[in-house]
Design a protein around this ligand. Structure first.
Ligand code: ADP
Length: 172
């Protein structure tokens, strides 16, 4: 059975991430979704919450496991018995980063491949950063995240996240 690792920050998991995880699950025996514990960026959710949200969003995919990890991604991939690291590509702007990372990872562990899957067009503009901003400002996030994540973001930002965006004084 072929195991692959889909690593990321998942802060929080979006429909774009779920799309990549399900594409990978259709191609490989087991997909380990690795939630990186200490990324070099400020986080909205702690690791336990990011793992819980990812698990909730992926329960419908039978061959996906969600596990938090620390340290080098390639070391965790090796530990999982993964033959490849899966990453998602949205726009061309992702490519340069992913290429650099893939080369670095290959230098560290030559036997672990990197496989990039293209996102569905509808999620190609979606990032966790953008999502957090829309949620914080009370925008409609229902098309961007699974329901469990929507509820968590509503609780975090303490407001309805899908109210009418037209200011009241502009209503005729
Ligand atoms: P990281 O900090 O490792 O980039 P992210 O959680 O931001 O972690 O992303 C994890 C992976 O998922 C990356 O390969 C990223 O390109 C991919 N990804 C993020 N958003 C989307 C999306 N909307 N569609 C497809 N892939 C995505």
């Amino acid at each position: 059975m072929t195991i692959v690792l889909y690593p990321g920050t998942f802060d929080p998991i979006t429909r774009g991430h779920v799309d990549i995880a399900s594409r990978a699950a259709a191609l490989f025996g087991t997909v380990v979704v690795g939630v990186y514990d200490t990324p070099n960026k400020s986080l909205l959710f702690d690791t336990a919450t990011r793992v819980r949200l990812a698990k909730g969003a992926l329960t419908h995919i039978e061959n996906v496991r969600v596990i938090a990890y620390q340290g080098l991604t390639v070391d965790f991939a090796q530990e999982c018995g993964a033959v490849a690291i899966v990453r998602g590509l949205r726009a061309y702007s992702d490519f340069e980063n992913e290429l650099q990372m893939a080369h670095q990872n290959r230098a560290l562990r030559p036997l672990i491949e990197t496989v990039c899957l293209m996102t569905s067009l509808e999620y190609s503009y979606l990032s966790s950063t953008l999502l957090r901003e829309v949620a914080r400002l009370g925008g409609d996030i229902r098309s961007l995240v699974p329901e469990n994540v929507e509820l968590e973001l509503e609780a975090r930002f303490g407001a309805e996240t899908h109210h009418d965006a037209i200011p009241r004084h502009l209503h005729s």
